[in-house]
Design a protein around this ligand. Structure first.
Ligand code: NAP
Length: 298
């Protein structure tokens, strides 16, 4: 943390260093770690995300296998690629970059991933485990990234009121489940607000930890933040910057106002974003450890 800004890039780098060590330790025992990434179509943002994942794999010693399917690919073709990776003992993690083109049944292709290789933690079994809280091997990357950012910045959610704006299946809901667990690094009182909530600011002003996961640039203004709160901005929005004359990335929080009010705040970019990919890599090595243990009958 520098001043009251939480440096997600630095925390992610620390986690990645630990992951690289774990990958190496497995390699020294004869177990390579591999992630298979399925990219369907040519959505430019998805291509950037996949490129970043493949690059980070390379940096951490994880083998990446990129399978590109055409824009016209059918659900069955995606399922066939997944089945191949499900059966391949050399593959530890599998993900299908979201969103696939509309003709692909996303729910069906997610559910077809072997839950032990589901490093995005999107399958019903793995989501269920998060709700039950039985210390699962794989955890959803963005929510886990938020918890790790808090933990490694010295913020203990126990007994605090965490307010989450957004109830999506990939951020808001699993994050609420993880923050409310009766466990170290959690134990918060959690409120979720969304588009049907009346007077959102009434809730956000009560938040000791405020998490914005909405997808609306500048939604959270300074007057919505309790003085001394910790503000985590998950949002990634592309806005046109008049001064720069081009698009730039910005969060759901008006950063300049939040730094004035909050005890700590994450920037965008450089906050939650790098954590998500770091936790994906962590999940991949956790899956690899699991398969190594299973091979040895443990
Ligand atoms: P999503 O599926 O679109 O969900 C957005 C949530 O925000 C929904 O629950 C929606 O409410 C709520 N919402 C939208 N407009 C609102 C409003 N005016 N007032 C109150 N609530 C409102 O989005 P997501 O996938 O969760 O992603 C949210 C943001 O986080 C996006 O900017 C995304 O790019 C970013 N993101 C970042 C990372 C990262 O690594 N940093 C990872 C994932 C997502 P309803 O449910 O009522 O519609």
């Amino acid at each position: 943390m520098s001043g009251n800004i939480i440096d997600g890039k630095a925390v992610a780098a620390q986690i990645n260093a630990e992951t690289a060590e774990a990958v190496l330790a497995l390699k020294n025992k004869g177990k390579e770690t591999a992630l298979a990434v399925i990219l369907v179509g040519s959505d430019p943002a998805s291509q950037v995300y996949v490129r970043n994942k493949v690059r980070t794999c390379g940096e951490l010693g994880i083998r990446s296998i990129k399978r590109e399917l055409p824009e016209t690919a059918t659900t069955e073709e995606v399922l066939a690629a997944e089945e191949e990776f499900n059966r391949d003992p050399a593959v530890d993690g599998i993900l299908v970059q979201s969103p696939p083109p509309p003709q692909v049944d996303e729910a069906k292709v997610i559910e077809a991933i072997d839950p032990d290789k589901d490093v995005d933690c999107f399958t019903e079994r793995n989501v269920g485990r998060i709700l039950i809280g039985d210390n699962p091997v794989l955890k959803p990357c963005t929510p886990w990234g938020v918890l790790e950012l808090l933990r490694r910045s010295g913020v203990d959610p126990a007994g605090k009121h965490a307010v989450i704006i957004g109830r999506s299946n990939i951020v808001g809901k699993p994050l609420a489940a993880m923050l409310m667990q009766k466990a170290a690094g959690a134990n918060a009182t959690v409120t979720i607000v969304h588009s049907a909530t009346k007077d959102i600011a009434k809730y956000t002003r009560e938040a000791d930890i405020l998490i914005a996961a909405i997808g609306r640039a500048g939604f959270v203004t300074g007057d919505m933040i309790k003085p001394g709160a910790v503000v985590i901005d998950v949002g990634i929005n592309r806005v046109f910057d008049e001064k720069l004359g081009k698009n730039r990335l910005t969060g759901d929080v008006v950063f300049e106002e939040a730094v004035e009010k909050a005890a700590a705040v994450t920037p965008v970019p450089g906050g939650v974003g790098p954590m998500t990919i770091a936790m994906l890599m962590r999940n991949t090595v956790e899956a690899s450890k699991f398969f190594y243990g299973r091979r040895r009958g443990k």
